[in-house]
Design a protein around this ligand. Structure first.
Ligand code: 13P
Length: 254
């Protein structure tokens, strides 16, 4: 089953509103040159501005996190409904920086995932092992536990609306990328897991993005792999030309 390549930029804690708007304008005017889909995940403040600038362009604009309650006394938090109200249609869930820098547990990730689905957002569920686990040969069991916990109790209909992202912790912001073969092996493992729980049709259609030091120079090899359906890009997504360079490289099979 054909899965449209998705090139997604996670801006993390970068860009002012004006910088986000200018990026969005440039992206909108370049969309016609590409066959892939695009998504951007700006900081919360910029979501309404960036989504307004990208209106009608077919680019997904999402937030980088949410809180699982709808409203109430949760100082500093943002709900899924607020993201939707601001024009966001997607959200990153369980990014490794939130899991490892902020201390989000699998239980927290699972609550956030359900809140995103309940609000009609497209969740991009991030999973990925630590260097210790990879070196100990435990990368797959580590990722399986993350997946099992996140999708427990979800229906096929809900999982159909999700996107998955494999981001090995040791490859994020380090310049060290998983080899295309290792990344593809993990993607196949993730797809098999989905197949075992939700069936072959869903497994064949769900998109699994790779994240971790993706740049134009390595995008062709990574995205050329059968089970890698796109990229979730941090540092290299901040500059529009580099971001579009990754899309161009992904579209170039040579
Ligand atoms: P880098 O591309 O900077 O390694 O970040 C990857 C990432 O965390 C995307 O979510």
């Amino acid at each position: 089953m054909a899965r449209t390549v998705l090139i997604a930029g996670n801006w993390k804690m970068n860009k002012t509103i004006a910088e986000g708007e200018s990026f969005a304008d440039g992206l909108k005017s370049s969309i016609g040159d590409h066959d892939c889909e695009f998504a951007v995940f700006p900081p919360f403040f910029s979501v309404p501005f960036v989504s307004a600038r990208l209106e009608g362009a077919g680019v997904t604009v999402g937030a980088q996190d949410l809180f699982w309650e709808k409203s109430g006394a949760f100082t500093g938090e943002i709900s899924a409904e607020m993201i939707a109200d601001a024009g966001g249609t997607a959200v990153l869930i369980g990014h490794s920086e939130r899991r490892h820098e902020i201390g989000e547990t699998n239980d927290v990730v699972s609550r956030k995932l359900k809140a995103a689905l309940d609000a009609g957002l497209v969740p991009v569920l991030c999973v990925g092992e630590t260097l210790e686990d990879r070196e100990a040969g435990d990368a797959e069991p580590y990722v399986r536990i993350q997946l099992e916990s996140a999708v427990a109790g979800l229906t096929v209909h809900q999982v159909q609306r999700m996107i998955l992202a494999y981001e090995p912790l040791w490859a994020i912001g380090t310049g060290r990328t998983a080899s295309p073969e290792d990344a593809d092996t993990m993607h196949r493992f993730v797809r098999k897991f989905i197949e075992s729980r939700f069936g072959a049709d869903l497994a064949a259609s769900i998109r699994i993005l790779y994240g971790g030091s993706v740049k134009p120079e390595n995008a062709t090899a990574l995205l050329g792999k059968e089970d890698i359906d796109g990229a979730l890009i941090g540092g290299a997504s901040l500059d529009l030309d580099t971001f579009l360079g990754i899309a161009a490289a992904a579209e170039d099979p040579s």
